[in-house]
Design a protein around this ligand. Sequence first.
Ligand SMILES: N[C@@H](CCC(=O)N[C@@H](CS)C(=O)NCC(=O)O)C(=O)O
Length: 206
Amino acid sequence: MLRIWGRITSVNVQKVVWTADELGIAYERLEAGGAFGVVATPEYKRMNPNSLVPVIEDDGFVLWESNAIVRYLAARHSPGVLWPDDLRRRADIDRWMDWQATTFTPAMRDAFWQLVRVAPEKRDTAAVETSRVASEKAAAVLEAHLAGREFVAGSAFSPADIVLGCAAHRWLNLPLAREPRPEMQRWYAALRTRPGARQVLSTPVA
Ligand SMILES: N[C@@H](CCC(=O)N[C@@H](CS)C(=O)NCC(=O)O)C(=O)O
């Protein structure tokens, strides 16, 4: 059976859990990271020398790096559907997955960390503001892109919706004032109706 290491509060673990739930794959999730520790043990570091979650093990195949795991699971269990055969459709999905990992999530990292993980008296409000501004810039890009599209890569749900849906779940639920984003809210509400998304999108941002 597929094994997934990582605490469910990790946005990167959430991507993998949502993908597995979306695909209806049986899996076992083992707690690791954060207060659970585990990631610094020699056994874990043999699987992921970065000491980060998530990691999967699938019939002896070990893989880390969340977006790579999402692609692997989609291609293995849903070739031609969740992971399309068409090169350009795949490149479009890939582009938005890379954008999530390199642009949107890094932009909101400080706001998340300071507002959720740091005690109020120790909060770096300047870092929150810089991060908020960068996140709004990224959110505006996604907002404009979603206008006239049901999903990120067009009319079909794809792994880009999973990874950006996890990022949006975090952004839209952070305790801070945001610009209104009706297209993002419409898309996020549609994602929340998917049975495969239920576990992850009902997890509080913590
Ligand atoms: N690029 C990596 C980043 C993984 C990552 O930063 N994981 C965080 C949680 S979101 C982590 O393991 N933090 C240490 C911990 O939880 O102990 C991926 O996408 O898998």
